[in-house]
Design a protein around this ligand. Structure first.
Ligand SMILES: [Zn+2]
Length: 344
């Protein structure tokens, strides 16, 4: 079956490294490969400017910490998230940072974008934590807000762990709204007009907490939503794991979240977040999120006229033209990967 138009996806094989002992820094490529085989994705070429990316990271994280990650010294600080540092790892986190900003920009034009990355929400200003190096959620949110493209950003964090780093970095900035459901308590529960943090220990309580999402979106009215579609809440996950949360529950969760966001016309960027089952279960769960998002994107695209679609692509091309000289190697790689998808 030829599924067109396919879900826009931003990816670079160099996101993946051997920095982690678990699948944290390798699962991304597996997920993309599986989704390409199903013809779900349209990998969008993009250019990476390292100098610009590292400078931008310093807008969120302390310059001395950023230097430590970039150079590997002091090693204790470069590895404060729990990974093994290497020059390739340093490059990968800068690339992911830039890729997330590009994904958000693309989502404002295209509606839904998948950015298959993880490892943001525990990172603090001065150090990494819990397998998170830099908080690209906050970084990309600020980039979109500062460009005055939008007035408010919602971060919906359904990873099994609380987004304590996001919470700390966003602080009193009222342009950010947080909706967080976790199975473990890192910062406690909270409820305000722009934050709803829940800690749940069963699928039943999870479903109740999730039912508050539509009201949260109506209250906060975000111009962009970043969705951490974490799979470590699956009941068998060795790092997370919430009783009764199985694959069918997680598929219902993602269908609900994506439908509520799309119904409101809110641009959406989805990332993988946590998930640590190395037997293929986690990868399969992430691919299911992609199927659901691809289905939502197809229906969204059906509603857009040819003319409107042309205007959107012109806008994106203009944005991309502002980038520095293209990264030919990456472009070749992207085309090669797209060529492996059926129906091309
Ligand atoms: Zn997690």
């Amino acid at each position: 079956m030829n599924l067109l138009p396919r879900l826009p996806c931003v990816f670079d094989a160099r996101y993946c490294t051997t920095a982690a002992r678990a699948i944290s820094t390798t699962k991304q490529a597996e997920v993309v490969r599986a989704a390409l085989h199903e013809g779900l994705l349209n990998l969008r070429p993009w250019t990476f400017n390292a100098t610009r990316a590292w400078a931008n990271v310093e807008r969120v994280h302390e310059p001395a910490y950023v230097r430590a990650v970039r150079c590997g010294q002091p090693r204790s600080r470069a590895e404060s998230q729990g990974f093994t540092w290497s020059p390739e790892f340093a490059q990968s986190v800068a690339r992911i940072w830039a890729g997330h900003i590009y994904s958000c920009r693309l989502a404002l034009a295209e509606g839904i974008v998948f950015h298959p990355v993880s490892g943001a929400h525990h990172a603090r200003r001065e150090h990494g934590a819990g397998f998170c190096t830099f908080n690209f959620l906050v970084g990309a949110g600020l980039a979109m807000l500062d460009g005055h493209r939008i007035g408010r950003v919602a971060i919906v964090d359904l990873d099994a762990h609380q987004g304590d780093g996001t919470h700390a970095l966003v602080g009193d900035d009222r342009r950010f709204g947080l909706f967080d459901i976790a199975g473990q308590d890192w910062i406690g529960e909270a409820e305000s007009d722009r934050a709803l943090l829940s800690v749940v220990h069963s699928a039943e309580h999870y479903a109740t907490a999730l039912s508050h999402l539509p009201a949260f979106l109506d209250r906060f009215e975000p111009g962009l939503m970043q969705y951490q579609a974490g799979m470590d809440c699956h009941q068998d996950d060795p790092v997370g794991g919430i009783a009764g949360v199985d694959a069918a529950f997680l598929a219902r969760r993602d269908r609900f979240v994506i439908a509520e966001v799309v119904r409101r016309g809110i641009p959406l960027v989805i990332n993988l977040a946590g998930g640590y089952q190395s037997d293929g279960t986690t990868v399969a769960l992430h691919v299911e999120t992609m199927r659901i998002a691809a289905d939502a994107y197809r229906r969204l695209a059906d509603d857009i006229s040819e003319e409107e679609l042309g205007e959107l692509y012109d806008k994106i091309d203009a944005e991309m033209a502002q980038h520095p000289p293209s990264d030919d190697e990456l472009r070749r790689e992207v085309h090669r990967m797209n060529d492996t998808a059926p129906g091309e």
